[in-house]
Design a protein around this ligand. Structure first.
Ligand code: ZN
Length: 302
């Protein structure tokens, strides 16, 4: 069965009416359990610490975060209320993405039931993102030599500005963001490849862009690993996203991304990325698209 990564601390106690749906992680976990996708294939990451996280982040920032000593303005930019539960899940999730990446290297494919906090920068958080799991995982795997090259393929509706900035000086990590140009962040960083889409773009045109871009990158870069941010805020009724992608379109997108990696024998680890919906259960089930699709295609290389 497809290796899955999850920690029970991911959905910490949190204001129910907040735009960020903190309950989506446990709901997603429960949903994939109900679908029969969880058995002995479940892996749990350990919490990280300031010293380890400093491979990707500024130690001063990490210390302020953990000890709740950040000034109010910098904290407001993150947009989430500080709590010990929030910090506990925040220092665990980057290791979840790293673990999923290692499982993908071993088994061909793996899914993290969280991750994709791509607005977090080296020394500040932003847009509901405190730590950047994608940059952290990439730096960790490159440092140990487990991989020589990584493609971060970010299909969240928002640009992966933090990831792009944090890895700008790392030529072995290629950052690609395909996002809606009119969505946050309004001042964008420069990824290795940015594709800014028009507001309201629908399924077929979107899928064509995704497929052409991915195929070109896989052929050109031949990365040792793909980290795939399968954000579902591209959905037509998402509360924040300005694209017009149907649920079926999201499923087709996920399937084509995974198939193109697998047929080239390139390991791929998935993270869930963003998604915003007042109906929290509906959101969690939308995030399950990537897990169901990956589970369906697993085992990867047969
Ligand atoms: Zn997003």
């Amino acid at each position: 069965m497809l290796p899955l990564v999850y920690h029970p601390n991911y959905s910490c106690p949190f204001p129910e009416k907040h735009r960020f749906v903190m309950s989506k992680f446990v709901r997603l976990y429960q949903h994939v359990c109900d679908q029969g996708l969880v058995d002995s294939n479940l892996f749990q990451p350990e919490a990280s610490d300031i010293r380890t996280l400093s491979i990707a982040h500024c130690e001063t920032y990490l210390t302020e975060l953990v000890h709740n000593s950040m000034d109010a303005k910098r904290w407001r930019r993150i947009g989430l209320p500080w709590s010990q539960g929030l910090i506990d899940r925040t220092v665990t999730s980057p290791n979840g993405t790293l673990l999923a990446a290692r499982l993908a290297l071993e088994y061909g494919m793996a899914s993290h039931l969280a991750g994709g906090t791509h607005h977090a920068h080296f020394d500040f958080g932003s847009g509901f993102c405190l730590l950047n799991d994608l940059a952290y995982a990439a730096r960790s795997l490159l440092r140990t030599g487990e991989v020589k090259s990584i493609l971060i393929f970010d299909l969240d509706v928002h640009q992966g500005d933090g990831t792009a900035a944090m890895l700008a000086s790392e030529p072995r990590a290629f950052t690609c963001s395909i996002h809606c140009e009119k969505n946050f962040p309004f001042r964008k960083s420069e990824s290795d490849l940015d594709v800014g889409l028009d507001t309201g773009l629908a399924d077929q045109a979107y899928l064509d862009v995704v497929e052409n871009t991915l195929v070109d990158l896989l052929e050109r870069l031949q990365p040792d690993l793909v980290l795939y941010d399968a954000g579902v805020d591209v959905w037509e009724h998402d509360e924040l996203g300005h694209l017009n992608i149907s649920s079926h379109g999201i499923q087709e997108r996920d399937e084509l991304v995974l198939r193109h990696c697998l047929k080239r024998f390139i390991p791929v680890a998935t993270v869930i990325g963003g998604g915003y919906d007042r109906d929290h259960q509906r959101l969690a089930e939308r995030h399950s698209s990537i897990v169901k699709t990956a589970s369906h295609l697993f085992p990867a290389y047969l």
